[in-house]
Design a protein around this ligand. Structure first.
Ligand code: DP6
Length: 314
């Protein structure tokens, strides 16, 4: 009863920040994201009578993983413990949704291992209970999370966008998204954000549909800046951006001024994601050579969602 799954992290263009139902991990608003080809988590799950308890060899909160296994056991009506191993090929907990790729891969691997053959929507719903943004790492390509589950708007080959992540710090952040967003209602900006989001979502979906990159880029930047204004005006406030993050934001404005169409977005961490069309990415790579004191660069294309793999980790 062993299965392995690989799932990508995703970058949100319209962000999830705030739960209207914390236990069910239901978001106040819909969100839209793209799966990242170079940020992958592999999870192997083995259910067996030989385990006396769940064995989880992870840096991530173990109790959250055991709770998730419990959900899957309940659904399968089986009382077997599991061994879980995972491998992530990018910095975890640094604002690149490692909990998203982890819980998406865990949901697929564990449900398969225990003998459940679930449709995509159900898998997305289960992944959401582990970490909200994980529901968006189940379907392929460009994804919308609406209500209880996420679905694919367009496959990964629809638009050759790149997400170049600049790792300014790979240190584990001290404030995770769950605790950060718990105080969202204390920001006086949040009601205005919620009111304006349906129109922003509609404009982003239109820009996606028309592959209108300048319009797309303006919307995702406004969205990222608004997210961080909400975070900073919560009580207590949350600061994820570092001086280096601001430096890169300013460089993005400069590059654009010089005629290179590149935009940024940022999640709950200091690492900016530079969004550019594939046809211009070589020009951006040239410019990135001048960046000093960064820890690394991850070059992503749109990717498929969670999938099974034959290569078990143990
Ligand atoms: C800023 O999905 O990590 O990346 O549901 O509490 O696990 P939990 O939160 P999580 O939050 C992601 C927040 C974000 C925006 C986004 O990905 O939409």
């Amino acid at each position: 009863m062993k299965a392995t799954a690989v799932a990508p992290a995703n970058i949100a263009f319209i962000k999830y920040w705030g739960k209207k139902d914390a236990e069910q991990r239901l978001a106040y608003n819909d969100s839209i994201s793209m799966n990242l080809s170079a940020c992958l988590t592999t999870v192997t799950v083995d259910f067996s009578e030989k385990y006396r308890q769940d064995e989880v060899d992870l840096k991530l909160a173990e109790s959250r993983v055991v709770e998730h296994l419990e959900r899957i056991r309940r659904r399968a009506k089986k009382r077997l413990f599991a061994r879980v191993a995972s491998r992530t090929n990018f910095p975890i907990a640094a604002g690149i949704a490692s909990s998203a790729s982890f819980f998406a891969a865990l949901s697929l691997a564990a449900s398969q291992a225990i003998g459940l053959n679930l449709p995509e929507k159900t898998l997305s719903e289960i992944a959401r209970l582990g970490s909200g943004s994980a529901c968006r790492s189940i379907p392929d390509g460009f994804v919308k999370w609406q209500g209880t589950a996420a679905r694919s708007l367009y496959k990964e080959d629809y638009w050759d966008l790149r997400d170049i992540v600049i790792i300014v710090s790979s240190k584990i952040k001290k404030d995770g998204s769950s605790s950060g967003m718990a105080g969202v209602l204390t920001s006086p900006l949040f009601p205005a954000r919620l009111k304006n989001l349906p129109s922003r979502l509609a404009r982003l979906e239109k820009a996606l549909q028309q592959k209108n990159f300048p319009s797309f880029g303006e919307i995702i930047e406004a969205e990222a800046l608004e997210l961080h204004q909400v975070m900073m005006t919560q009580k207590p406030p949350f600061f994820y951006l570092q001086p280096k993050t601001w430096e890169i934001i300013n460089r993005v404005f400069e590059w654009r001024h010089l005629g290179l169409p590149v935009y940024f977005t940022i999640d709950a961490g200091p690492n900016p994601h530079l969004i550019i069309e594939g046809k211009n990415s070589v020009r951006l790579q040239q410019q990135l050579k001048s960046l000093k004191d960064i820890e690394g660069i991850i070059d992503n294309q749109p990717a498929k969602g969670a999938r099974l793999s034959e290569k078990h980790l143990f």
